[in-house]
Write a protein that binds this ligand. Sequence first.
Ligand code: ADP
Length: 164
Amino acid sequence: METRKVLYPGSFDPITYGHMNIIDKAARFFGDVVIAVMQNNSKSKGMFSLKERYEMIKEIYKYNEHVTVVYEEEIKATIDVALENNCIGIVRGLRNVTDYEVEVQMARINKLVSNNKVETLMLVADSQMQDISSSLVREMYMLNKDVSNFVHPVVKEKMDNKSN
Ligand code: ADP
């Protein structure tokens, strides 16, 4: 059977259990997931370089043949990354109405500028994941709070190495 490959783009600085929840769902419903680690210039400087974020995700999913990871050094349109990777759609996660407003607008624009080629699929965050964000994880960590409920041990270790 032909698999349905979808692109899951984001900053992932760092990847959280919230992102991983969306990746699980996407793999379950669409087959193959390409995670694209992207630069987001509208966001303030985070914690990890693009390459570090990519490597952590690669490590986490190394035994999952349905999940692949790419990273984009240059500023690039998400729809171009989706088309280059033969993805039939873009997956985004929704936590709240703020996400909803931003994501729906992006989804419509992306459909328009791709000449209707790329559709965006929204997956809803499970309730226990709803309050997790990369920025909150970074903030909690800076304040010496335990982040192990929010991130995979691979990420926790990299955060510890960074701060030592
Ligand atoms: P971006 O800079 O593109 O917003 P993020 O890494 O912040 O990148 O998020 C990537 C995607 O994952 C977005 O669709 C975002 O809404 C979604 N997301 C982030 N955190 C969660 C979470 N806890 N649960 C579900 N979706 C999430």
